[in-house]
Design a protein around this ligand. Structure first.
Ligand code: COA
Ligand code: ZN
Length: 307
């Protein structure tokens, strides 16, 4: 029996937000801008370029306005929609004023992680998100991101029923998509398959974007598990950077170049140019004080090309 795989997937690049937010040394704004512009030429249709959050919470994102202003023309010219993460009304207002196309609002399914991340209970965050969508939903597209949907760093049980209820909440508010995040890279292919099958049966594949971290090396396996169910939208970070500063032990996102390589080897269309993507990875390697941990970036010269 043939294994089901989508013919085409969308890869959403998140290195400039999730990747950079966890870097301790401040990356100069012009270097972020150069990296985003390089990434924009690789063929992404959407890129999360920054977050409009409290600089006390995430100092690295303090230049969100300057970064956005500097890259917007290039993004428009390349046909890339700008996505930004916001935690509150102030963030949403700033992002709208800067011309961002789509906002991600993250709520953690785990109560402890939501408290650590935004100092609110998930219920309080849901109430807040409802207010934001009611107030700004006619001006900008909102996406609900469910952090820790595949496991909690503080040991809380995360049930599929709870994830489904929070998904329904987001869709009922008018979101077109809900992002399902394995924030700490704690899931495994069976868990991912079961959760995503449950969600797909209730809401349909087009509603979901997956966001997987590779803490234990299972992000590509989780990606395949999600695709087997029918998921066809994935976030990833060039260079494998990333991690939530408020989730203990969180490591990098699955690397875009590794996801791209896997998709290409499997004959799945992405629209991404591998050469251009690797140019951006080289720039990240030069300009950002972080280890590049992707397999493709560390590939030994002379490694055989798959036929
Ligand atoms: N942009 C810029 N500054 C902001 C802001 C925003 N969107 N939201 C709040 N602030 C500032 C406030 O002006 C205030 O500054 P002050 O102390 O100089 O007066 C400070 O941040 C704290 O604001 P407050 O409203 O009291 O919020 P808080 O302390 O309860 O923090 C959040 C709550 C949500 C604003 C903060 O925790 C946050 O930004 N979290 C984001 C976490 C994140 O990005 N995690 C990783 C991605 S999932
Ligand atoms: Zn993440």
């Amino acid at each position: 029996m043939a294994m089901y795989m989508p013919e085409k997937v969308e890869l959403i690049e998140v290195c400039p937000r999730d990747g950079f937010q966890n870097i301790h040394d401040m990356i100069p704004t012009e270097k972020k801008v150069a990296i985003i512009k390089k990434l924009a030429k690789a063929g992404f249709k959407r890129m999360e370029i920054t977050s409009f959050v409290s600089p006390k919470a995430i100092p690295q994102m303090a230049d969100a306005r300057a970064v956005t202003a500097a890259v917007m023309d290039t993004l428009r010219a390349e046909g890339v929609e700008a996505v930004a993460l916001v935690p509150n009304a102030r963030g949403a207002e700033d992002a709208i004023a800067c011309g961002i196309d789509e906002l991600t609002f993250v709520i953690s399914v785990s109560r402890a992680h939501n408290m650590a991340n935004v100092r609110r209970t998930p219920e309080e965050s849901m109430e807040q998100f409802k207010g934001l969508v009611e107030k700004y939903g006619h001006q900008i597209k909102f996406r609900l991101g469910l952090a820790t949907a595949l496991g909690c760093p503080f040991g809380e049980e995360i049930t599929a029923e709870r994830v489904a209820a929070m998904t329904k909440f987001g869709l009922d508010l008018g979101c077109e998509e809900v992002m399902i995040a394995d924030t700490v890279g704690i899931s495994n292919p069976v868990r991912t398959y079961k959760l995503m099958r449950e969600l797909l049966m209730q809401f349909g594949a087009q509603r979901f974007v997956m966001h997987l971290h590779d803490t234990r090396g299972l992000a590509l396996a989780n990606t395949v598990a999600a695709m087997q169910v029918g998921i066809h939208k994935f976030e990833s970070a060039a260079g494998g950077l990333g991690g939530c500063p408020f989730a203990p032990g969180a490591a990098g996102n699955v690397a875009t170049e590794d996801v791209l390589n896997m998709m290409t080897q499997m004959g799945i269309e992405t629209g991404i140019d591998a050469g251009r993507l690797m140019e951006a990875v080289s720039l990240i390697r030069e300009d950002v004080h972080a280890s590049i941990v992707s397999h493709m970036a560390l590939l030994c010269p002379g490694a055989p090309e798959p036929a």
